[in-house]
Design a protein around this ligand. Sequence first.
Ligand code: A2R
Ligand code: GDD
Length: 312
Amino acid sequence: MKKALVIGAAGFVGDYLIRELNDNGIVAYATKLPHEILVGEFAKVYDLDILDKEAVVNILYEIQPDYIFHLAAQSSVGVAWKNPLLTIDVNIKGSINVMDAVRDLFYKPRLLLIGSGEEYGHIKPEETPISEDNALRPGNIYAATKACQNMIGSIYSKAYDMDLMMVRAFNHIGPGQASLFVVSDFCRQVAEIEKGIREPVIKVGNLAAKRDFTDVRDVVRAYVKLIQVGEAGETYNVGSGNAQEIRQILNKVVAMSDREIRVETDPNKIRPVDVPIIEADITKLNTLTGWKPVIPVEQTIRETLDYWRMNS
Ligand code: A2R
Ligand code: GDD
């Protein structure tokens, strides 16, 4: 049986990925930061800070995984504006620690680095939907760190003949996501309004942006396919292929409630730069694996709203 290590498994995606691995008959191991909680029912769990290179090496020697999914990151665009150094440390130095630890091993596991659709940044109208070989013009600090991870990953793969693939994940959503992110944020506010613990006013940021949303369960299906059949050194977009205006997403969330809700812009939620549209071309991944997303965005929104109705 194959063994997979999920680094940074206590975040949003980790739990879903571990379940997908289990469903595919792959034995799962997972790492989390010491202060985090991860129910270890479906994976053997280790504490790991990726800024500690020696600790990364020790865990790899102990587990000797066939597959490694590198999810650990500072993953919020908003937080990156407020804390660039932390974002650079975790997303660049931390990723290089992981790549170096894998490079020094006595065997060649397959490594999947998770990047972002944000790497494309300022996309020209004729470039959308955007494909993997397009120029990268990151529009924010988070995006720049992920573009850097991708470039270094590509260099390592060629220079050291590593079995390493990269994805650019577009916006993924679902129950359990932190309310730092837009769908979860809107759903949480609506759930709190319904419970009477918040005034009937929803606070929003830039509603004109268009983003490409995919259910997290579809996303982890793509990751597990890619680690098995992805080509070393290659980058793959993982998204839906259809961007939606954030205003449309807001309308869908609000329409799922029977309350009268007023919309108000919160200046703190407006970012210094917010690129107008990010939409994936998923032909490369679809051609290689046959993958396409199957869960409609309305279902994901409804389940996320129900999650917050139970958890706020
Ligand atoms: O920042 P925290 O306390 O939420 O912990 C995050 C963790 N993490 C680290 N793990 C090990 N060593 C570090 N120095 C370190 N710093 C942060 O990585 C969190 O538990 C996990 C990342 O999970 P999320 O932030 O929930 O990201 P998500 O949505 O699971 O996305 C997975 C990947 C990331 O690379 C994103 O940038 C990309 O997909 O979209
Ligand atoms: N969070 C948030 N809250 N965003 C809002 C709000 C709000 O109230 N109102 C509008 N937005 C807009 C943001 O300005 C942005 O254009 C869009 O909604 C999505 O914001 P987020 O959900 O915070 O995600 P993101 O696009 O910045 O980043 C996410 O997707 C990337 C892939 O495209 C994260 O999951 C990243 O880790 C991921 O790489």
